[in-house]
Design a protein around this ligand. Structure first.
Ligand SMILES: [Zn+2]
Length: 171
């Protein structure tokens, strides 16, 4: 234990050293920076980095949340060849929001996962109201959820499964 190496010198005055500044002197600016040294976590930390998943799936999620994966709408905007319709339902245009939480195929998969794991608090019926993947993902992993880390992992893994199924049908 570290305590064994600690010797109290009752004759010396106490010195307070602020370890976050090079000169050891406290300032508001260094205190502000210190908040980012592990004390404060961004929403992205909960949505992605703290979840249980392999790195490549976390990377996929990081792109998906920023709407940076190559769905048909994004390919179209670049003038690149694309599948147009969602390859899962073949009825609606493919956007990342459609693919990950609006497609009836996706909702059916989620409903079976919800039933399987007894996640009654997750209700897919209002998901169509969410405007973006970021908004939807954030709601699934926000503080109101009982087991945030598990749900973040589940959201990531189900979305990864959908993305792979989509790719298997496109290519
Ligand atoms: Zn679809």
């Amino acid at each position: 234990m570290l305590v064994h190496d600690l010797h109290l010198d009752t004759q010396a005055d106490d010195d307070i050293i602020w370890k976050h500044a090079n000169n050891g002197i406290y300032s508001a600016a260094t205190a502000y920076k210190a908040q980012f040294l592990g004390l404060t976590l961004s929403p992205m930390d909960f949505m992605i980095w703290k979840a249980w998943a392999p790195p490549k799936i976390k990377f996929f999620a990081w792109l998906a949340i920023q709407d940076r994966i190559w769905t048909a709408d994004r390919l179209e905007r670049r003038g690149w060849e694309n599948c147009g319709l969602c390859p899962l339902c073949r009825t609606e245009g493919e956007t990342s929001a459609h693919l990950f939480f609006k497609c009836r195929y996706t909702i059916r998969l989620w409903n079976s996962v919800i039933l399987e794991f007894g996640l009654a608090h997750m209700d897919t019926s209002s998901w169509h109201l969410d405007g973006s993947v970021l908004e939807w993902w954030d709601k699934r992993t926000s503080l109101q959820n009982p087991d945030r880390r598990a749900l973040a992992s589940l959201t990531m893994l189900v979305s990864w499964t959908i993305w792979n199924e989509r790719n298997a049908r496109v290519f």
